[in-house]
Write a protein that binds this ligand. Structure first.
Ligand SMILES: [Zn+2]
Length: 119
């Protein structure tokens, strides 16, 4: 992959990283504020618990994404970005443009996904 291309991915991954970290911070603040708030009745309690659960799920998902973004940034650093971590084939450029943190080529990704489905 040429340098210009790599720089473009680096830039986009960095802004992804910032955005995700900002999101995590918001979740943390939300978690803190909901702990201290007084709930009036059962319905309020239920909706508070529900939104807490949603926040928790989003929080987890954001953390996973952040790990993937950080991994991609690390691969840019050591020059393996754009290669499948499983089979070392080049990942399709269009796929990287859509998902810059992709660590697997489409073949391996499909294999992993079908394995998950089998479980
Ligand atoms: Zn592969």
């Amino acid at each position: 992959m040429d340098k210009k291309c790599l720089e473009r991915f680096h830039k986009s991954l960095r802004s992804h990283e910032e955005e995700l970290q900002r999101r995590l911070l918001t979740f943390q603040q939300q978690g803190r504020s909901s702990k201290g708030s007084e709930t009036k009745d059962e319905a309020d309690k239920a909706s508070a618990a529900e939104s807490k659960e949603i926040t928790f799920a989003q929080n987890t998902q954001t953390k996973v994404l952040l790990t993937q973004v950080k991994g991609a940034l690390a691969r840019i650093k050591d020059g393996t970005f754009g290669e499948c971590v499983n089979c070392s084939q080049d990942i399709n450029l269009k796929r990287l443009e859509a998902v810059p943190m992709a660590s697997h080529c489409i073949v391996c990704q499909e294999m992993i996904e079908s394995r998950i489905e089998l479980k």
